[in-house]
Ligand binder design. Structure first.
Ligand code: ATP
Ligand code: MG
Length: 396
């Protein structure tokens, strides 16, 4: 069998300065190695001028690499010697499998640190050989029906005709760390995934409302963390489970319950902020979305934002639900039959309008600081990794 490799292309690197680019590539290579290890795919990695080449079983490597953030696409390559002849031999056998009589084709060639021919000469040589093998193919550089790529590199030749689309984005770990309010729902795992795709490492925070929560809620939130961990192979996706029932009971006793959902969201943000500050996280992500529910009117989101001085990040702000569901399905976090995830604290008519003055006045009736600290300090810590989740004892 021919030697195989996968060559990945990295997105947006041209936007970065040289040192940043180097750091990005380094992180990406680490992430790729973790992904291969988690998928149990043996592979050897080489980096050439911003291109990453992974030697080994091309099908399995391309499959695992196409899920690593920061990769635009992955080409499954045949690895040959770096002479024109050996590149052409592999190109002919690949092209013959895909071309049929009368089809228009083009050869795209690159050459780097290999002497004796130019890339145009390499392209012409390979095209001639393909044509010799089957003269009824037509060379058409403008509008080919089939393109074959050949590269002569120091270490050998690469031949490929297919690129598998990657996820794009930035390598995970290159864009900071934040908390994410992760619920049992559809939106927040998608919000989390979009942030991860942009390079942000996440720590989940789930607010468990105890007897107010539907029976399936806690397990589903844990499952969401578990499923998200498949997108950061080899890394931990921590999930803090904060008990917010004492807060809800206090709030119901003392405050105007018309504003329950706002009090609750502000409390969740505060708990996430408390955990974020202890763990040096730089913001709080939510799955909120303009107009989706009463607490997500622009005005109410403004009141929610004011509960913390950390940035509140809402990657789904402008998405339609249909599009969110589509992403949830494609990333594997959509639960077909989620079970009971309802919240029994929601009032019959939740407030769509509020003001920071009214809400602040109401909250003065509570020992907010004490409630937040008690909830966050007693939170359970769960660690999701490679699609599994386990409870971790906290250091006291
Ligand atoms: P999702 O929005 O994730 O589908 P949901 O629809 O139950 O869940 P919303 O009422 O839309 O939640 O809440 C908006 C956001 O608030 C969620 O996207 C999530 O970030 C956060 N959130 C809601 N409930 C919880 C919870 N129990 N624990 C942690 N975060 C939560
Ligand atoms: Mg929602």
């Amino acid at each position: 069998m021919d030697k195989q490799a996968v060559m990945v292309r990295v997105g947006e690197l041209w936007l970065k300065s040289e040192p940043v680019r180097r750091q990005f590539i380094k992180t990406l290579v680490t992430n790729l190695k973790s992904a291969m290890e988690a998928a149990d795919v043996p592979c050897k990695t080489e980096v050439f001028r911003g291109r990453i080449i992974l030697h080994g079983d091309a099908d399995r490597i391309a499959d695992a690499a196409s899920k690593v953030f920061g990769i635009v696409d992955a080409a499954k390559c045949i690895v040959t010697g770096n002479t024109k002849e050996s590149i052409a031999e592999a190109a002919v056998s690949l092209a013959k499998e895909k071309l049929h009589a009368g089809m228009r084709f083009a050869v795209r060639a690159k050459r780097q640190f290999v002497e004796g021919f130019t890339s145009q000469q390499l392209a012409a040589f390979v095209a001639d050989k393909i044509w010799d093998a089957a003269p009824d193919f037509i060379v058409d550089l403008e509008h080919p029906e089939y393109e074959i790529f050949v590269e002569a590199r120091e270490f050998g030749g690469l031949v490929y005709d297919e690129r598998i689309k990657g996820q794009g984005g930035l390598p995970l770990g290159t864009a900071g760390r934040t908390a994410v309010l992760l619920s049992a729902g559809i939106d927040s795992p998608v919000a989390a995934w979009l942030m991860m795709r942009r390079g942000v490492s996440l720590t989940g925070v789930f607010a468990d409302s105890g007897s107010f929560a539907g029976k399936a809620s806690k397990e589903l939130a844990k499952d969401n963390a578990r499923l998200l961990s498949l997108w950061c192979p080899g890394r931990a996706f921590p999930l803090w489970i904060v008990n917010v029932e004492p807060f809800l009971l206090s709030m119901q006793k003392s405050c105007n319950t018309h504003y329950t959902c706002l009090f609750c969201k502000r409390f969740m943000i505060r708990a996430a902020e408390y955990i974020a500050k202890q763990n040096r996280l730089e913001g709080v992500v939510t799955g909120e979305n303009i107009g989706q529910v009463a607490s997500q009117t622009l005005q109410n989101m403004g009141v929610i934002t004011a509960s913390s001085d950390l940035p509140i990040l809402r990657p789904l702000l402008t998405y339609d639900k249909e599009d969110i569901v589509k992403i949830a399905r494609s990333i594997g976090t959509f639960h077909e039959s989620p079970g009971d995830t309802s919240c029994r604290a929601v009032p019959v008519k939740p407030a769509t309008r509020s003001s920071i003055e009214v809400i602040t006045e109401e909250e003065k009736k509570l020992d907010m600081e004490g409630l937040v600290a008690a909830a966050a300090d007693s939170a359970e810590l769960w660690i999701a990794k490679n699609g599994e989740i386990y409870r971790k004892e906290r250091k006291s």
